[in-house]
Ligand binder design. Structure first.
Ligand code: NAD
Length: 481
């Protein structure tokens, strides 16, 4: 700061307008703080990557793809013939309305909460709560904040030998903006984004190849999930190359070193989805004497504090890069910096992959439960035994509950199947409330619904399965009754 330049005092400063930042700003305003929110894109940035080029646009595309795809399946069940041609220009117009509506909604919420939203690039400048906001159209603003919440999110990882060019080699952002369906696509990375986009494009009619470096799709999850998903996407016409690494691109052919040697994929578009990198490299953190870890994230404890006056939330903090985790942290950070003794210590953060079938997980896996010292057991109920699933023409997937054998307390759940993204909410609530298997088994679930799978899985765990065969009942003489 130039000598004599007066900084503007700010009570609570939020950096980033995504699901972490805007929720933190509203929570802080509700706690009586005067809040300024700075985003590089100002009001246009509200909702963040999630609303503008992430969760929301991708779910819109997935929804379109599912409708197109289900037309042919339903033709065989009495539905009308032919899905017609996909009009991605029209889709993009509609999607812009959806995104614009949600962005406008966040603007309205922040306005009503009295949050002052500004455009500019934020950097810390001094250890004593000094910061600078720069914008090409305005003189720089020096700020002196009492509290600050940084929620600057993440960006796609770029592969050194496959740099993004925005046309042929693209990230999820450009893929979600397509106004013409590519005939052929290679998706590099078989994780969350690769699988969601690859499946959607295949259902819309592109010839899709997923190239995954490890030996299964969704490698962070139980191997049986990756195997099941791989089988299902193959039925949709997707080619899956595992243990395969991209080595380069000729401009027309993607070069891949696969498990059977090198191959060249003749594709129109290459979508790179190999992870995301936290936006912590241009924040002036050195002024705070703080350095991110090797993964680019800031180390925070359950109070989310980086320094006594600065909190970090969302993709720049430890834990899964999920919008709902960022929002939950936003509430805690606002409270902690406002003198309340809150902690970010959730029993579970549900995670969903909007693949086909959908995959959702909450709480501990069986391995995780054992590692945490629980005598863990699993109970599984197949989707094929759900009457409601059959009316939807669905039979792939399962629900699996992990529970403590000695207490019967629910520890974790995985749902693979139709509406898994919605179904996981009941399991997450059960885990958060430390529900017992009896609570799930004793709750009368409406019939016919997919939610009955929770009740059924609990009955399996309790040794009295209903709609799948159980142990033979034994008579009083020890023989089968
Ligand atoms: P990811 O970590 O889920 O998957 C990346 C995949 O790329 C991994 O399977 C990895 O093995 C593979 N990979 C890495 N380098 C490779 C290479 N050189 N060649 C081939 N494969 C390679 O990352 P993502 O899919 O980019 O998503 C980023 C984050 O965004 C996720 O961790 C997730 O938390 C979040 N996200 C969430 C949702 C959701 O909630 N539904 C959707 C999309 C993204």
């Amino acid at each position: 700061m130039v000598v004599g330049e007066m900084p503007e005092g700010v009570d609570l400063l939020v950096v980033g307008g995504g699901p972490g930042g805007y929720v933190a700003a509203i929570a802080a305003a509700q706690l009586g703080r005067n809040v300024v929110l700075v985003d590089a894109d100002g009001e246009d940035g509200l909702g963040g990557i999630c609303v503008r080029v992430g969760c929301i646009p991708s779910k819109a595309l997935i929804e379109l793809a599912s409708h197109v795809h289900s037309q042919s399946a339903w033709h065989g069940r009495g539905g009308p013939a032919g899905a017609g041609t996909v009009d991605l220009v029209k889709f993009q117009d509609w999607k812009r309305d959806v995104v614009g509506g949600l962005n406008g909604g966040v603007r309205g919420l922040l306005k009503r909460a009295g949050v002052d939203v500004r455009r500019g690039w934020f950097r810390f400048t001094r250890p004593d709560q000094g910061a600078l906001v720069t914008d090409p159209d305005r003189p720089p603003t020096h700020l002196q904040f009492k509290s600050c919440i940084i929620a600057t999110g993440s960006r796609p990882v770029e592969l050194e030998h496959l740099p993004f060019d925005g046309v042929r080699i693209v990230s999820s952002t450009e893929t979600l903006e397509l106004s013409e369906l590519p005939k052929s696509v290679a998706v590099v990375g078989g994780g969350y984004i690769g699988l969601e986009l690859g499946t959607a494009l295949a259902k819309l009619g592109s010839a899709v190849t997923i190239v995954e470096a490890l030996d299964t799709l969704l490698p962070t999850m139980d191997a049986k999930i990756g195997t099941l998903i791989a089988e299902h996407v193959k039925e949709l016409g997707v080619e899956v190359l595992t243990n395969a690494k991209v080595t380069g691109d000729t401009g027309t052919h993607l070069q891949v070193d696969g498990s059977n040697g090198p191959v060249e994929l003749d594709v129109e578009l290459v979508v790179v989805a190999v992870g995301r990198v936290p936006n912590t490299d241009d924040l002036g953190l050195e002024a705070l004497d703080v350095a991110p870890g090797p993964d680019g994230r800031l180390r925070v404890g359950t109070d989310l504090l980086v320094t006594p006056r600065v909190a970090a939330i969302g993709d720049i903090a430890p834990g899964p890069s999920l919008a709902h985790k960022a929002s939950a942290e936003g509430h805690v950070a606002a409270a902690v910096l406002s003198g309340h003794s809150e902690l970010f210590d959730p029993a579970t953060i549900a995670a969903v992959v909007f693949s086909d079938p959908e995959v959702a997980q909450a709480g501990l896996t069986a391995v995780g439960a054992e590692e945490a010292g629980h005598p863990a057991a699993r109970a599984t109920f197949p989707i094929s035994a759900s009457g409601r699933a059959r009316t939807m023409g669905e039979s792939t997937g399962f629900v699996e509950y992990v529970y403590d054998q000695s207490t019967g307390v629910v520890l974790g759940a995985t749902v693979v199947g139709p509406h898994a993204s919605e179904l996981i909410a009941e399991a997450a609530l059960a885990i958060e409330m430390a529900a017992h298997l009896d609570d799930l088994a004793g709750t009368i679930h409406a019939h016919p619904t997919m939610a009955e799978i929770h009740h059924e899985a609990a009955l399996v765990a309790l040794g009295r399965p209903l709609h799948i065969p159980g142990p033979k009942r034994r008579g009083s003489d020890g023989g089968a009754a």
